[in-house]
Design a protein around this ligand. Sequence first.
Ligand code: ZN
Ligand code: ZN
Length: 345
Amino acid sequence: MKKQIFVLLVLVFCFHLTSCNNMTESIIKKRMEQQQEQITSFKDGRLHVILVGTGGPLPNEKRISATSIAVIAGKEFILVDVGPGVVRNMGLQGLPLGSITAVFLTHFHSDHISDLGELAFMSWAQGRTRQKLMVFGPEGVKQVVNGYNIAYSLDSSYRVAHHGEEIMPSPAAGIVANTLSIPDPKIDVPFYNHNGLIVSVFLVDHHPAEPAVGYRFEYKGKVVVITGDTKKTETLANHAKAADLFICDALDVKLVETMSRVAAETKQPRLAAQLHDIQDYHMTPVQAAEVAKKAGVRKLIFVHIVPPLTNFVAKNSFLAGVDDIYDGDIILGEDGMTFSLNPQY
Ligand SMILES: [Zn+2]
Ligand SMILES: [Zn+2]
C-alpha cells in the first residue's frame, strides 16, 4: 500500500513539474512574441517618437529615468541623450536596443550621458555586430567617449572571451565619437542624412555647459525638434519653426525657488545654493510656451521636468499660465509616452 502511495505521489509531482515547465515555457514564448510584435510595430513607415525618460536629475514615479528621446523612422533608430536609467527603461518599453543606429548628445551633464557605456554594451549584446556605436555631439564628445571606451574595455574583453567572436564580435564593441561644429547660433547645420531622415543641429544656451545643442529631425514632411537643456534664446523659435512635436526642457522657477528657501531655512545651505543656481539655465514652462507660440509648433511636450512633480498641486504650478499663451496641444511628458506621425509622402 505504502509503495502505491509513493508511486502516486511521484506521478503527481512529475505531472505538476511538467505542467509548471510547460506554463513557464509558454509565458517565456508569449513574452518574446510580444517583444517581436512591438519591434515590428515600429517598422510601419511612420515616424515614432518615444519619451524614454522625462525626468531631470531627480526622479519621480512617472519620470524615473533622466531625459532621453528615441526617434524611429524607417530603418533609422536614433537616441537623443542617455542619462541614468535610460537603458533599463528602453528594455521595459520593448525598444530594440540592438537596432540603434546612432546616439546624439545635447551636452555632457551627467543626467544626459551616464548610461552611455551601458547602452554601448547592451546594443552590442542585443544585435549590433557590424560596427561600433556611433555617437554625435558638440565639442567635448571625444573626451566623453574615450572615457567610456576605457572604462568598458575590460568588460568587452571578458564578453568576447566568454561567448566567442561569433556571438560578441570585438570590432563592434565600444563607441566612436563624431564632433559637430556649429559656427553660428542662428543656423541649423544638417549633419545626418540616412534613409530619408535628415537631422540638423543648432546651438542653445546652457552656460556654463558649452557648447550645448538641440536637434531638428525631418522625415518625409514631418518635423520633430528637441531642445536639450537651454534657457530661452532669441533663435530657438526659428530652429523650432512649424515643428509637429516641440520637445522642450522646462523648470518651474517658483517651485524650485520655494525649495531653495526651505532648504536655507532648514540649514541645508549647499542644497539651497544648488537649487538657486540651476534656475538660470533652463526655460520656464511659460517661456517654452512663448517659444512654441512664436514658432507655430503643433504640440508642446515638456520633458526634463524639474523639480519632480509628486502631486497635483506641483503639476498645476508647473503648467500655470502655459495655456494662456500657447493654444496647441500641451503634454506633460511621462516615461514611455509615444507619438506616431504619418509621413506626408
Ligand atoms: Zn544640463
Ligand atoms: Zn539636464
